[in-house]
Design a protein around this ligand. Sequence first.
Ligand code: SAM
Length: 241
Amino acid sequence: MEKSLRFYMLALILLFCGTGCFNGEPLSLPSGEKNAVGMIRTSRKGLAPVYAPLAEQIVSDFDLSEKDGIGIDLGSGPGTLIIELCKRTQMHWINADINPNFFPNFYRQAEENDAGHQVSAIFADAHSLPFRDNYADIIVSRGSYHFWEDRVLAFSEIYRVLKPGAVAYIGRGFSRDLPVETAKKIRAQQGKKMKYNVDEKANELSNIMSKLGIKDYRIDRPKPPGSENVNYGIWIEFHKP
Ligand SMILES: C[S@@+](CC[C@H](N)C(=O)[O-])C[C@H]1O[C@@H](n2cnc3c(N)ncnc32)[C@H](O)[C@@H]1O
């Protein structure tokens, strides 16, 4: 075999096998890593406009701008909501997620946004939260609860971890101030996979509250003017007395 041809073949073998990369992308990733890479990408592209208005709404609805204390974002993944919450509060925010592959990128993003001192990350399964009773001043979660297998158990864990007087805001979708055109565009990009019956989901959440004996709750279905045919998602706010 000609010397130069041998050189090219060796270079190709090294490229595919030695580095394990193709076009800068790993050739095969464990599923946790793959999910993290995919969700980080989505949070930076299609979903990017969602987080700032949601953080704005949470801070205003729950009066967080002057508050100290601990906030948990359960299933925060890339942690983009936390970064936006850090910009608007002095609180310490914890990214509690079952997939720790998100954490290095999350810490990097926090540092880049001057919020490194305001965040932590912990491996956490919603069904058995690694926090003591009465720990958090607020627990939020976006786009995660529908992955939890035993939602009654997971919501009971959230309730256990809330401080007396604290609030949880858990759900999926968008905040009420997300512009309708933006919401439409995101839903169009998501296609069928994000189609669900909001009435059914509202019933499910109410049933969970009644099973847990939680009386102080509100189902939130954002419907800004002009959003009649756009699914803004479903949220539940509940308080621990
Ligand atoms: C669709 S992503 C949403 C991420 C983020 N909240 C957002 O809105 O950008 C769902 C997240 O829920 C996490 N998750 C799924 N099941 C979980 C569980 N049992 N406990 C904690 N986190 C979970 C996933 O690892 C993932 O980060």
